[in-house]
Design a protein around this ligand. Structure first.
Ligand SMILES: [Zn+2]
Length: 106
């Protein structure tokens, strides 16, 4: 999938580890998401690989299906709504164009 920012930059989402993409977890879903992960991890009928697969395939699809993108050239943000329609937001100056990069490991 790809789309164009109004600045003309083509934003691609065709691979993993995209530095200008993140997933959106609603605060309203956070408790249910964590409880669902805990339930899967405690399910002793599953192997560890099955637990991980269930979390990655099922829970992330359910709770982390919405994405947020940042144009690497102008910094505009694009946020999926619950129907996967992108909404754009123009940042105020100065623009940090690396808002969605990986969290720091402290
Ligand atoms: Zn742009």
């Amino acid at each position: 999938m790809h789309f164009y920012c109004t600045c003309g930059t083509c934003i691609h989402d065709i691979t993993d580890n995209i530095p200008h993409k993140a997933y959106l977890l609603s605060d309203e879903d956070e408790d249910r998401y964590c409880e669902a992960i805990e339930a899967v991890m405690r399910d002793e009928s599953l192997t560890m690989d099955e637990r991980v697969n269930r979390i990655v395939i099922s829970l992330q699809t359910r709770y982390l299906s919405r994405s947020i993108y940042q144009c690497p050239d102008c910094g505009k943000l694009f946020v999926d709504d619950n129907n996967y329609k992108l909404h754009s937001f123009v940042p105020e100056e100065p623009v940090d164009k690396h808002l969605l990069t990986a969290a720091r490991e402290d």
